[in-house]
Ligand binder design. Structure first.
Ligand code: UGA
Length: 436
């Protein structure tokens, strides 16, 4: 099928390449010429496993091309809207202006039989307004459907090609049939398929992210209790996780969730519910957000207590991205903690296997180090902020010979406590009672 995808960020670039891999002919559009040039030159602008190979493959077989303009030789069968919906500068609600501007530009180039599909995460009610605006510009009733995306950074392409479900919200059969056709290879494998109305499809995405954020904050709330009662939140998560109504996923306590999705989506959800007059229904998400923020503050307090003040102390932050296998530092707990420590007067060195490039010259107060061993030199405190596998493989004895003071805070609960303690480290694991 002929497909057009608007927005070439994490979602749009991945979706375009996934569609090309399924055998469709894809034109990707983004107003950012740097992004487009980079993709046409075979380079994905962010770190995402497998995406570079998929890009090279689709450029060489001609299944995908990228451009800044909305000039398309013939109207596509389907258009996917994959633009960002960031938190507004002024408040907590989602900024949906990019969705509307993409929609209006598209309305000038599509045909009455083109199906427009929203994939961006939007406040419920956006699709109705978008359909009306697009139809007014196009001069015919636009076919619009909503098809939320559940990909995770770090496994984005794999998640797009092998999703655990496909959700389609539509107002008419024609649109849902077209979407079933585009996803045929995935649906033929028996992938669960949920067909719903459009507002439900919009809500599914924010509800899923709100639930995941709530799970993480729940276990982090248990970690707060564990820390003052001598209990162990890691063992607790294991024990409750065996109940398959609870499940053991997304129950890892630590410095909390970050990224371009969970934090802004829960805030946007609260803002939208308040607009709809049912703010109380999701007001607990404000607590979910507060618990998450408190974990970051907790690490700063711990560092201060352990070091007897932060001024001029040497602190190493291992990891900057919000999760491993990504160089995304949006709302990253590790970066946030590093900045708070620097703000409090510590000399903060940062290491990350891939994110230093994306960090560029932002935050000059942070000292960059590209080599893990070199980064350890003279440190008074090490904090593990992102659980890259390279950090889990650090040999505690040799690493201990490099630092000034063998003190480590494991912000992700991934280190082998016994091995680090045996090598003479004082290890503080968040929410755990294993400290020596
Ligand atoms: C999230 C959702 O998981 C995806 O399903 C969704 O498609 C995506 O947002 C989106 O809206 O586009 P992502 O932001 O890539 O995906 O990251 P997650 O894997 O959800 O992790 C989010 C954060 O939670 C990370 O900072 C991670 O370290 C943290 N986390 C996760 C924990 O602290 N504990 C856990 O047990 C799990």
């Amino acid at each position: 099928m002929k497909i057009c995808s608007v927005g070439l960020g994490y979602l749009g670039a991945t979706h375009s390449l996934a569609m090309a891999r399924l055998g469709h002919e894809v034109v990707g559009i983004d107003s950012d010429a740097t992004k487009v040039d980079s993709l046409n030159a075979g380079r994905v602008a962010f770190h995402e496993p497998g995406l570079d190979e998929a890009l090279r493959e689709s450029l060489s077989n001609g299944s995908a091309k990228f451009q800044t303009s909305f000039d398309i030789p013939e109207p596509p069968d389907l258009v996917f809207i994959c633009v960002g919906t960031p938190q507004t500068g002024s408040g907590k609600s989602a900024d949906i202006s990019f969705v509307f501007s993409a929609g209006e530009s598209l309305a000038k180039v599509i045909a009455p039989e083109t199906v427009v599909v929203g994939k961006s995460t939007v406040p419920v009610g956006t699709a109705t307004a978008l359909r009306d605006r697009m139809s007014a510009v196009a001069g015919f009733p636009v076919h619009l459907a909503w098809n939320p995306e559940f990909l995770r950074e770090g496994t984005a392409l794999e998640d797009s090609l092998n999703p655990d479900r496909i959700v389609i919200g539509s107002w008419d059969d024609f649109s849902s049939q077209k979407l079933k056709e585009v996803y045929k290879p995935i649906l033929d494998r028996g992938t669960p398929f949920v067909e719903v109305d459009v507002p439900t499809a919009e809500l599914v995405k924010v509800a899923a992210n709100a639930f995941l954020a709530t799970k993480v904050s729940f276990i982090n709330a248990m970690a707060e209790i564990a820390e003052v009662s001598g209990a162990d939140a890691v063992e607790l998560a294991k024990a409750i996780g065996y109940d398959d109504r609870i499940g053991n996923k997304f129950l890892r306590n630590g410095i909390g969730f970050g990224g371009g999705c969970l934090p802004k989506d829960i805030r946007g959800f609260v803002a939208r519910a308040e607009e709809l007059g049912v703010g109380e229904a999701v007001s607990f998400l404000k607590d979910v957000d507060s618990i998450n923020q408190r974990r970051r503050a907790r690490v700063v307090t711990l560092a201060d207590q352990e070091l007897g003040g932060l001024k001029d102390r040497n602190v190493l932050m291992l990891g900057l991205s919000f999760k491993p296998d990504s160089d995304d530092m949006r709302d990253s707990p590790a970066l946030d903690i590093a900045l708070r420590l620097a703000q409090a007067g510590a000399r903060v060195t940062v290491h990350d296997p891939v994110s230093l490039v994306a960090l560029g010259d932002q935050h000059p107060e942070l000292i960059r180090e590209q080599d893990v061993s070199a980064s350890a030199k003279d440190q008074d405190l090490v904090i593990l902020g992102t659980e890259w596998s390279e950090y889990k493989a650090i040999e505690p004895k040799a690493f201990g010979d490099l630092v000034a003071n063998k003190l480590i805070i494991d912000g992700r609960n991934v280190l082998d406590v016994a091995a680090w303690q045996a090598a003479g480290w004082r290890l503080i694991a968040l929410g755990r009672n294993v400290h020596n």
